[in-house]
Design a protein around this ligand. Structure first.
Ligand SMILES: *Cc1c(COP(=O)(O)O)cnc(C)c1O
Length: 406
């Protein structure tokens, strides 16, 4: 690789989003190269020995590192404003890496009870098998987080806003609680991405990503990452990936690397669409309630606007009106099944608008009582707004909303 063209300091985030990467190869490609190789040929045995010992930089094997993956890591780190980043095969791969790298038997984790379902299972069930203790607390009750901390608390894990009710937590307040206890705060920044929210600016130690969502942005690949200081990324998590193997494939890294180039502009457009849709839904007589941080009616609206660069992100949910669990589910299914443009899928962060019924998909394994406690009723519908023209999405939802009692 050649380093004939170094970027000047002080560039804006938008510029770095399209330019930060490993140096170009000798061929001078303008679009970053895809190094689809599992291993790297060494010039001689002495050099090989030094690289394997880690005393000399250089690529050896793609489970350890790869130039395309390294380009994605560098670009994501500059966008999050952290010293470094390390990629994982998926968002859950990143959270597994976090737990494997940081926790041991006897440690305790405090986690929001509104985080992604697989995150709660991983921390609360899988790591319980290895003697890691956990307490799940209200997303928005700072005192509950403080009260849950114990002498053996090593990690606080938050996600903001959450899926599907878009509850927002105060990152700075949680960082203070973590640091006073000698623990670390990790924040899953999936819903906002660094285009809106940079948790490290509010004191989060580690930032988690499912690159599958907005970072790719076009629903193509699975990817994940942890961003943070070198002393964790390089000294702790690099060894975890090398040993445990949740490495990101170079092809997927390349797809997400290119996705980052349009992240900011996509987020702005999708957030604008989502705000318009949320306002419009709030005024529709068939809808009981809309959950969207960009609305003044959202309980943490002011905090969200401060923390998320004035934007509400592009995911919103709403409750349709009906009496009783069965009627609510029938009404929600009617609205979903009447769409002809929206994709019926539980994924989010795509340019294509997606629609889903949380109670029977992402939260389908909970009991009805657990779901009610979590506020996820049978009448709840989640829409992850994409780049479709907003009038087409409104018309698509109206097909079901206007024929609800028919
Ligand atoms: C999807 C998602 C994950 C898991 O990411 P995968 O790439 O699907 O493994 C974690 N956290 C949040 C908030 C998510 O939406």
């Amino acid at each position: 690789m050649t380093d004939d063209h170094t970027l000047p300091p002080g560039l804006h985030r938008e510029t770095l989003a399209v330019r930060e990467a490993m140096p170009r190869s000798v061929y001078g490609e303008n679009s970053e190269a895809l190094y689809l190789t599992s291993s790297f040929v060494q010039p001689d045995a002495e050099t090989s020995a030094r690289r394997f010992a880690g005393t000399e930089d250089g690529f050896t094997y793609t489970r350890t590192s790869n130039p395309t993956v390294a380009s994605f890591e560098r670009r994501l780190a500059v966008l999050e404003g952290t010293e470094a980043a390390i990629a994982a095969s998926s968002g859950m791969g990143a959270i597994l890496m976090l737990c494997m790298g940081l926790l041991k038997a006897g440690d305790h984790v405090v986690c929001s009870r509104s985080t992604f379902g697989a995150t709660m299972s991983l921390i609360g069930k899988e790591f319980a098998k290895f003697g890691v203790e956990s307490t799940f607390v209200s997303q928005t009750d700072v005192d509950a987080w403080r009260a849950a901390v114990r002498p053996n608390t090593r990690l606080l894990f938050a996600e903001t806003p959450t899926n599907p009710l878009t509850e927002v937590c105060d990152i700075a307040a949680l960082a203070d609680i973590a640091h006073a206890a000698g623990a670390l705060l990790a924040v899953d920044n999936c819903f906002c991405s660094p285009a809106l929210q940079r948790p490290a600016e509010y004191g989060a130690d580690l930032v988690i990503h499912s690159g599958t969502k907005y970072l790719d942005g076009q629903g193509r690949v699975l990817a994940g990452a942890i961003c943070g200081p070198r002393k964790y990324i390089v000294d702790v998590f690099a060894a975890t990936v090398r040993t445990a193997g949740m490495a990101l494939s170079p092809f997927n890294a390349w797809v997400v690397l290119k996705g980052l180039e349009t992240l900011s502009i996509r987020m702005q457009a999708q957030c604008a669409n989502a705000l318009q849709l949320a306002r419009w839904l709030e005024a529709h007589p068939a809808i009981a309630r809309v959950y969207y941080p960009g609305l003044e009616s959202h309980p943490q609206h002011a905090l969200a606007m401060r923390q998320q660069g004035g934007m509400g992100s592009a995911v919103l949910s709403f409750d349709v009106k009906a009496d009783g669990v069965d009627a609510l589910r029938r009404a929600a299914f009617h609205v979903i099944d009447s769409t002809r443009v929206c994709s019926i899928t539980a994924n989010l962060g795509d340019t294509k608008t997606t629609i889903t019924h949380p109670a029977t998909t992402s939260h389908g394994r909970l009991t009805e009582v657990q779901r009610q406690a979590a506020g996820i009723g049978q009448g709840l519908i989640r829409v992850a707004v994409g780049l479709d023209h907003i009038d087409d999405i409104k018309a698509d939802l109206l097909r079901g909303l206007d024929t609800l009692s028919a």
